[in-house]
Design a protein around this ligand. Structure first.
Ligand SMILES: [Zn+2]
Length: 325
């Protein structure tokens, strides 16, 4: 009896006919073979260059966002209060320069005040015991789904019990959308886009709450070059305290991509804001894309103010008491 598949098994004659029909590499003209090799080499080169650019530019995390969560906490150095935890884990876009320059600036600011700083990208440090050693936590361009639910809850408990938090730039870029408590309590707005064409522009920042602890000795109006962010609505509508806004008439608040222009004007356009969270204090600053951003002395002063307030050394908004937690 014949197996059903026997009918479609190629016979030796069929194979010979097929081979004669297909051109072999040797049958192609030499000039065509050379052109083919050059084209393949160029495509390979473009792929390699593209891969390197995507990695170096930080875009990799946007194209391939990660959901990796750390499980083994880092070994912590001996810490003395006030101590600050700088967290820069990036499971989405990575601000390579902003993290490096920001880390340097935060260490310098803390060093001037004799505070301890520990910088890590290990999310397992977000547990009750380790967080209890810190008076303030900074999300320095930390992006994406960077913490497990258990780690998120540990941070929430720590902050509500009297901790201080400072979010910098990409901490408000909307990539943390899976963490609703974070969006509602620390950011209070839905990110839309940042300016492009040009991506970095000098704009006027206006301090609108001169008595706020973050505004101490900061000029009422100051200039800053930044990749300015926009949100669907001002966090003022959700009860956040607005510390500073950006003057939309002082720069071009548009995103221009391939001839398409998106209007990013908000009208009321905050760039620094704060909120009391339980017994804790939270502040967010939209600046911080590049390393150069942190060279602006006014922005550095503002960061110093934010940290002094976050660790509880300065009273004011949220009635922080000296000594922090
Ligand atoms: Zn940025």
């Amino acid at each position: 009896m014949t197996a059903p598949n026997d009918a479609i098994v190629a016979t030796p004659i069929n194979t010979v006919v097929l081979q004669n029909m297909l051109p072999t590499a040797k049958s192609l003209p030499a000039s065509f073979r050379k052109a083919l090799k050059v084209t393949l080499a160029l495509v390979l080169l473009l792929l390699i260059v593209g891969f390197v650019l995507v990695r170096v530019s930080g875009l990799w995390g946007i194209l391939f966002p990660s959901h990796q969560h750390d499980t083994v906490a880092p070994v912590l150095p001996e810490l003395h209060a006030p101590a600050i935890l700088v967290f820069s884990k990036t499971n989405s876009f990575r601000h390579v320069d902003g993290i490096e320059g920001g880390g340097r600036a935060l260490k310098a600011i803390a060093g001037e005040r004799d505070w301890d700083v520990f910088a890590t990208e290990n999310g397992a440090v977000f547990n009750d015991t380790d967080l209890g050693l810190y008076q303030a936590v900074v999300f320095l361009n930390a992006t994406g789904d960077m913490l497990s639910e258990r780690q998120e809850l540990a941070f929430q408990r720590w902050l509500e019990a009297g901790g201080g938090w400072l979010g910098i730039h990409a901490a408000g870029d909307g990539s943390h959308s899976g963490w609703r408590w974070y969006r509602d309590n620390l950011i209070g707005a839905d990110f839309t886009a940042h300016i492009l064409g040009p991506q970095f522009q000098v704009a006027s920042v206006i301090m609108e709450a001169p008595d706020h602890p973050l505004a101490r000795q900061i000029p009422t109006t100051w200039e800053h070059e930044e990749e300015w962010y926009s949100w669907a609505e001002s966090p003022r509508t959700e009860g956040f305290t607005i510390v500073a806004t950006v003057d939309e008439s002082s720069y071009s608040p548009y995103q221009k991509i391939l001839g398409r222009e998106t209007d990013l004007r908000m009208g009321d356009h905050p760039v620094v804001w704060s909120r009391c969270v339980g017994r804790g204090r939270a502040a967010y600053a939209a600046m911080g894309h590049s390393a150069e951003t942190f060279d602006n002395p006014v922005f550095r002063d503002l960061l110093g103010n934010a940290l002094s307030w976050a660790v509880g050394e300065v009273r004011g908004e949220c009635q922080a008491s000296k000594g922090g937690r």
